[in-house]
Design a protein around this ligand. Structure first.
Ligand code: NOJ
Length: 755
């Protein structure tokens, strides 16, 4: 017994110290131990310091004199920095001018492409195509590593139910299951199970945790939720990404249970390392340690102590670790072994990346020339844009357009380059982008399309100042009334009008929360004037979040949500508008009717007074519908898909067993199309209340007109598990409904019992 205990203790110690569950030290452990034994305390702390190199993005503190600090051995990694030449120069500096010659980690926010830019993440999520998303992550890794990078601050896996929050554009939306599937695909694609390959890039899962639940949708704001909600609804994508092998994770700006994430030991050690077995390293978000002073949990020494003792390994930009840790160790407030553990994790990441063998890993000018914006990557960007576009409405077959008709393209985004690229577009060059107008002229050379700008992209106060210079817009200073009058005149000459409206690229993303998520007033005024011409109007939206579109839905004939579609977005929109491609994307966040409905999400609880239209005293508003404008999973096609009833292979599922649920899907329209078939489960009675529906599977199915296919989902007890009141992962016997259909509003269901 004693012996077993000893083995357990030693094993536990080995796991805790090295992340390696085997008894034997690996070559890496030995290498890292040896290196660590040669390092001074200052050199170890230097490895924990991450600085911004070329530019400062955000936050209250900026990185200064970075090269000098690198030479002084005070830096473990840099970011906002790339190109073979620049990275080579910096690694050379380390190799020739520092004592221990430890290569730097080089990172960047490669969020939806590095130089080849793909649709923003919420657009990518709308494809529901995890196989393609993984291919994109592989392509991104290939391109970014050729350009000198080893580390990307992606994927962002924060579940978000509040479209006022600008960063919904950077994530996969509101659903934990879909979010987890996408998170896994991205980690797999980036890291490819082997960081030593020069074409794989280290991922960084962010923002740990619950950042998407910021109160009121205001960026950086407080979050507060029960552990049940956390475990069942918000944590699954982080956990899935960790289990898929993510090598680093970034803390979030918010607090959790009253303690900022960056100083939260329960989060970073108990949950992340002890419960989930994470063996990578933890980096803070930008100045997040520094910001803990403003959170009000201590002075600079105290917050540094809190963060390192909580489990933070690397300090992004605060520089509190290098400034405060030496004295904290001296005072006995931080153990040197804690610093050793953090340093060890950073050195291990560098080892796994192969940096000690080749500090110039993956970089060569030839590779860069070949890989950057290669034809296959640009084609992938277009494939993604095509699959991400969501048809929200299409009355009277307004779309697709007939190129032989007279068509007026109206709006400030028809000829705009910058917006298509989207926010956080890494090293993407918007000047290389083909606008929607260029794409039209390119494809239909000689056709006579009409054009008017119609309005400014942004007009309201500070939003306009914020976006004008950079949005690539032609600033037309004519008064609004004149722009509208010209647009109306143009529309009158046309058979059909296409209004291209939305948000400037920086109206979503970080620090871009909005209290209203409607089309800006000036754009709405234009749209109303166009509607009044009596011509059929199609609205093409280019924007980064769900918008409130009740008026548009009630008045405009067709609506196409194209997100911020990336480098080939202009061409993709044209292909969809004219029917060369059939829309197939489905929204991954609920579109509310009004901001007052927020938070609104499909997987809500039932309540004791479930919504009932005929009864006043049920969960509802008196001034608007209960339902959203467009539910989670919604999206139309130019063809129609019909679903058979749900068939179950058995009405009883036993422990360890497996049953299937199937439908026959038929393309009953007149053109080829792809349908995202969605599979939801409802647990009818539980020891805690359960959501009215939970997504548990999906498949993207391509069918020719008239074709049918059986689509099958497997159901196991594992699929039915949830965290109960004791936070135990369990499936409870009882009755379940399974739904299979086109969106979360599906009613088509069958019932089975888990014995
Ligand atoms: C702050 C953002 O919150 C985070 O997502 C990003 O990775 C860092 N800045 C680094 O740029």
């Amino acid at each position: 017994m004693k012996n077993i205990l000893l083995i357990l203790i030693v094993t536990g110690c080995l796991i805790a110290c090295t992340g390696n569950p085997s008894h034997k030290k690996t070559e890496m452990d030995k290498f890292v131990d040896n290196l660590l034994s040669q390092m001074t305390l200052e050199e170890k702390i230097g490895q924990l310091n991450l600085l911004s190199m070329w530019f400062d993005t955000t936050g209250p503190r900026m990185s200064r004199d970075v090269e000098q600090k690198v030479k002084d051995g005070l830096v473990g990694g840099v970011f906002n920095f790339w190109t073979p030449k620049a990275v080579r120069k910096l690694q050379d500096m380390v190799l020739t001018q520092t004592r221990l010659k430890i290569p730097l980690l080089v990172g960047y926010d490669v969020i939806h492409g590095h130089r080849t830019i793909y649709p923003i993440p919420i657009g990518l999520a709308a494809t529901w195509d995890t196989e393609m998303i993984e291919r994109i992550a592989v392509a991104v890794a290939d391109e970014a590593t050729a350009d000198g990078l080893q580390w990307t601050f992606s994927p962002m896996v924060d579940i978000a139910r509040d479209p006022r929050w600008g960063r919904v554009s950077e994530g996969a939306g509101e659903d934990p299951f879909l979010g987890a599937e996408i998170a896994k695909a991205m980690v797999r694609g980036y890291e490819q199970g082997d960081l030593s390959r020069p074409t794989s890039i280290m991922s960084c899962v962010k923002h740990f945790a619950l950042y998407g639940a910021a109160e009121g949708g205001r960026d950086y704001n407080t979050t507060d939720m029960s552990h049940l909600r956390m475990y069942n609804e918000y944590l699954p994508p982080y956990e899935a990404a960790v289990k898929a092998g993510a090598s680093s994770i970034m803390t979030s700006f918010n607090e959790i249970d009253g303690v900022p994430a960056t100083g939260n030991r329960w989060l970073l050690t108990e949950l992340l390392r002890n419960q989930w077995g994470f063996d990578g390293f933890v980096v803070t978000d930008w100045t997040a340690i520094y910001e803990m002073e403003d959170h009000g949990v201590g002075d600079r020494a105290k917050v540094t102590e809190l963060s390192i003792n909580a489990g933070v390994d690397m300090d992004m930009v605060s520089e509190y670790m290098i400034e405060e840790l030496p004295a904290l160790v001296k005072a006995g407030r931080v153990k040197e072994s804690t610093i050793d553990a953090a340093c060890r994790r950073i050195l291990a990441a560098k080892y796994k990346l192969g940096l000690f063998d080749d500090p110039y890993r993956g970089i060569s000018d030839e590779r860069a020339k070949k890989q950057i914006m290669s034809a296959d990557k640009l084609a992938l960007s277009k494939e993604a844009a095509l699959k991400s576009i969501v048809l929200l409405k299409n009355d009277k077959k307004t779309l697709p357009l007939d190129a032989s008709k007279k068509i007026a393209f109206i709006g400030p985004l028809v000829k705009n380059q910058r917006t298509l690229l989207g926010n956080w577009a890494a090293a993407g060059d918007w000047e290389q982008i083909m606008t929607l107008w260029d794409a039209l002229e390119n494809k239909y050379a000689g056709a006579k399309f009409l054009y008017a700008q119609g309005c400014h992209l942004v007009e309201d106060g500070y939003i306009r100042r914020m976006t004008d210079q950079q949005n690539g817009n032609v600033i037309d200073d004519r008064p609004a009334q004149q722009l509208i009058a010209e647009a109306v005149q143009t529309a009158r000459q046309a058979d059909v009008v296409v209004a291209v409206l939305g948000e400037a690229y920086d109206m979503s993303g970080e620090a871009a929360s909005r209290s209203n998520i409607n089309l800006l007033d000036n754009q709405k005024a234009l749209l109303k004037a166009l509607k009044e011409t009596g011509k059929p109007v199609a609205l093409v939206l280019i924007n980064g979040r769900p918008l409130t579109l009740q008026w548009e839905h009630d008045n405009i004939d067709a609506i196409l949500e194209t997100w911020l579609p990336g480098m080939r977005g202009g061409e993709a929109i044209v292909d969809i508008l004219f029917g060369d491609a059939n829309p197939s994307g489905k929204i991954t966040m609920t579109f509310p009717r009004s901001v007052g409905q927020i938070p609104i999400y499909y997987n809500h609880k039932s309540t004791g007074r479930p919504f009932n239209n005929d009864s006043k005293f049920t969960v509802k508003y008196i001034d608007t519908e209960n339902s959203p404008l467009y539910p989670f999973g919604y999206g139309l096609s130019y063809t129609q898909f019909t679903y058979s009833d749900v068939r179950l292979s058995d009405s009883t599922l036993t422990d360890g067993g497996n049953i299937t649920a199937s439908i026959t899907l038929t393309n009953s329209g007149d053109r080829t199309g792809e349908e995202i078939v969605q599979f939801y489960v409802r647990d009818l009675v539980g020891s805690i209340t359960r959501p009215v529906k939970e997504l548990k599977g999906f498949q993207r199915i391509a069918l020719n007109a008239g074709e049918s296919k059986q689509v099958t989902f497997s159901i196991t007890p594992e699929l039915l598990k949830f965290y109960n009141a004791d936070l135990k992962w369990t499936a409870e016997p009882g009755d379940f409904l399974v739904f299979i259909g086109k969106n979360s509003d599906v009613e088509n269901n069958a019932r089975f019992t888990l014995k």
